[in-house]
Design a protein. Structure first.
Length: 401
């Protein structure tokens, strides 16, 4: 790779990484660490708090499949930038909103903007750098954990400096960062020139991709991971506060979990290249199961710390592994369609998970039940993975047109 091409790859992947921090880490996952403050300010219960998280996922779910169509019609970069602008605008609106119902509406558009930016961004970079597929996915998805880390640190240590706005100042900071990152992405990202050459081939047998049971099964696994994924992120801080742990310590652990999510993506990617995707996913899900059990049996700081580290490290890798597994079960020019397809399953899981969890907490009493629910979900995912055959990627590569 020539120096100019290498610089183009590094700069675009870095811009994409920053964009994921803003449009996914901040827009969809920072709500978990801010939730106790939002509950107190808006005077809402856990069911309503879970509903807000569900609304974010609903916006993501509805727009995810549409984002691919829009990207084909108008260009990937334009769709990505539209998503970034929507997310940035939502941050500014959340700063001033005090109505629960208006909050719901803004959260929906926040999820929608995230979908417009995220899926086309992955496709844009994967299409441009097909030989660096693992690196692209690993770096981009590490932006999710980076967003968690930064949101936890900012919420914990910066609120005290904004006596007038208090916790709402975090939304203002998110808006400023998102605006700057969006401007950088506009100048750095490039529309793939090769996509037009492969579009005809992709359309030729696209229905075969969506009917492929091997890919649908991966989608089901991704669905279950989506259901369980947000539970520790959304309820970890509240669980720790209810257990008598200091809010600063809880916020710090949230950030540590985000740090391990950043590390997890690249590490699991490298490991899976050596031992295979299936074994890596099985081990990752086992870690998630342990992470769900530990705080239920041990309400002390050590237990929560172990859980946060295991969850962060494992979840960060599972997203990379599932998408890599899906991409390996189709021809290269089908990859954007496949990733968009399995992401729908994941988004539905994220839609269902927080709402069910909020109801479970309200009806059964105690956030510990949320962790029990997450544990059962990850056990279900592990059982399905056991039926996956690593040789399927060879068979599914022979898709008939």
């Amino acid at each position: 790779m020539k120096g100019e091409q290498k610089w183009s790859m590094v700069s675009q992947i870095f811009a994409g990484y920053l964009l994921v921090i803003a449009t996914t880490g901040f827009a969809r996952l920072a709500y978990g660490v801010l939730m106790p403050y939002i509950q107190s300010d808006l005077k809402i219960n856990y069911t309503q708090a879970g509903l807000l998280a569900t609304i974010i996922s609903l916006g993501f779910l509805i727009i995810s499949p549409i984002s691919g169509i829009l990207a084909i019609k108008f260009g990937m970069k334009k769709v990505i930038m539209a998503g970034a602008i929507i997310v940035t605008s939502c941050f500014f609106l959340l700063l001033i909103t005090k109505s629960f119902y208006v909050y719901m509406l803004i959260m929906f558009f926040c999820g929608a903007g995230s979908a417009l930016a995220f899926t086309p961004l992955m496709s844009l970079l994967v299409v441009q750098f097909p030989k660096k597929k693992g690196l692209v996915l690993g770096v981009l998805l590490s932006g999710v954990g980076s967003g968690m880390l930064l949101s936890g640190l900012m919420t914990t240590y910066l609120i005290k400096y904004f006596q007038l706005l208090e916790w709402r100042a975090i939304w203002l900071i998110f808006a400023g960062i998102s605006l700057m990152v969006s401007l950088l992405a506009w100048f750095v990202l490039k529309e793939p020139v090769s996509i037009e050459n492969t579009k005809g081939n992709a359309n030729h047998s696209i229905t075969n991709v969506y009917k492929n049971w091997k890919i649908i099964r991966i989608g089901l696994i991704y669905f279950l991971i989506g259901v369980g994924y947000l539970i520790p992120i959304l309820f970890q801080t509240s669980y720790m506060l209810d257990s008598g742990i200091n809010d600063k310590v809880a916020g710090t652990l949230f950030s540590i979990s985000g740090l391990f999510t950043i590390i997890g993506g690249p590490v699991w990617g490298l490991v899976s290249d050596k031992v295979g995707r299936k074994l890596s996913i099985l081990v990752g899900l086992t870690f998630c199961i342990l992470a769900g059990i530990i705080p239920i049996t041990d309400h002390h700081l050590v237990g929560f710390a172990a859980s946060a580290i295991l969850f962060g490290f494992s979840i960060g890798g599972l997203m990379v592994l599932i998408q890599a597994m899906a991409a390996e079960r189709t021809l290269p020019y089908f990859v954007p369609a496949v990733l968009g397809f399995v992401t729908i399953f994941y988004a539905i899981g994220q839609l269902v998970g927080p709402l069910l969890t909020g109801v479970i907490i309200e009806k059964l009493g105690g956030i510990g039940y949320a962790y029990k629910f997450a544990t059962l979900i990850f056990i279900g995912a592990l059982c399905i993975v056991c039926f996956v055959n690593e040789r399927e990627k060879v068979e599914s590569a022979q898709l008939k047109s």
